[in-house]
Write a protein that binds this ligand. Sequence first.
Ligand SMILES: Cc1cc2nc3c(=O)[nH]c(=O)nc-3n(C[C@H](O)[C@H](O)[C@H](O)COP(=O)(O)O)c2cc1C
Length: 335
Amino acid sequence: MVTEIRPDTAAIRDAVESACRAPSLHNSQPWRWEWTGERLELYAVAERMLGHTDPSGRQLVLGCGAALHHARVALSAASWIPTVTRLPDPSRPDLLAVLDFDRPHTVDARDAALALAIGARHTDRRPFAAPTTLRESLVDLENAARREGASLSILDAEARSDLARASELSAAIREGDEAYRQELAWWTGRAEPGDTGVPASALLDDEAAGDIDVGRRFPTGAGTLDTAQPKADASALAVLSTRVDERIDWLRAGEAMSAVLLEATAAHLATCPLTHVTEIEASRGIVRTATARTGEVAGFPQVVIRLGARSARGLPTTSRRPVDEVFVDRSGRDG
Ligand SMILES: Cc1cc2nc3c(=O)[nH]c(=O)nc-3n(C[C@H](O)[C@H](O)[C@H](O)COP(=O)(O)O)c2cc1C
């Protein structure tokens, strides 16, 4: 009997399709995948960087890291655990990762549960009922972050009010930043099927958005998502941090963000990543100090994750670009 040592092109394409369900800043989907027939390569697409919101490209790399982790999860559930080499070529900074394969693995229940979570996860911007099951899943969430080289801290009440202050500060600074506002408007309310951007159906109407004290402010009138649940947001806030703030740390932080989001989804929690407070130095400093006070050595806050009880009322799925726009099959073998 011959045992395959690597997946075939169809399996790789399926994994890439799942990877593309990963979250990205304003659903910009800044990635490209290339399959050589032997290895899968992940590239960052600089043209999809949001130059005013994310001038360093940190969030672009975070999104690609999330896609990389989604791909790893999808491949595991399809019985493949790749060896990942991150940033393999200093002369090609856009090549973020190479995935090599040498043998199949036996799928377990955990692989299957995380893969299922890829389809069930949404960015939920509604107010949340308190995540009463968080206590039971907290160790899993912290371990998920740690395994990927990041740390996760749940903010206490005092730190949470600091975060609301950071959110307010970032909104005030952005109010006078016309280039930022134009960029946000361009990416908001415009996603058609098979497109990029944040659709109106995923954004709260203005009144409901005002009830969340830590959310990013989207353009007035952009949202149509209604909310029947608690008006007051009783979410918990988790801060995902790295010790260092280089490109490799952003990639690992993206993988950790995906790991935490999928773990939380599998535990029936609702999630919303937030970065408006980490993309401006002044508000990032507040988040950093507030996180450090929780006891962990905080390092650099990358993403805040709002966590709550999952509502019985589902959310529409935010669309993605067709997989063939982001997947290049160079194998010339069976594709
Ligand atoms: C790096 C990054 C930053 C994000 N920042 C925010 C944010 O500040 N506010 C927000 O509401 N959503 C934020 N999101 C969520 C994206 O808008 C969301 O992932 C995208 O629209 C796709 O929707 P989905 O997550 O429901 O699939 C962020 C996601 C990533 C990966």
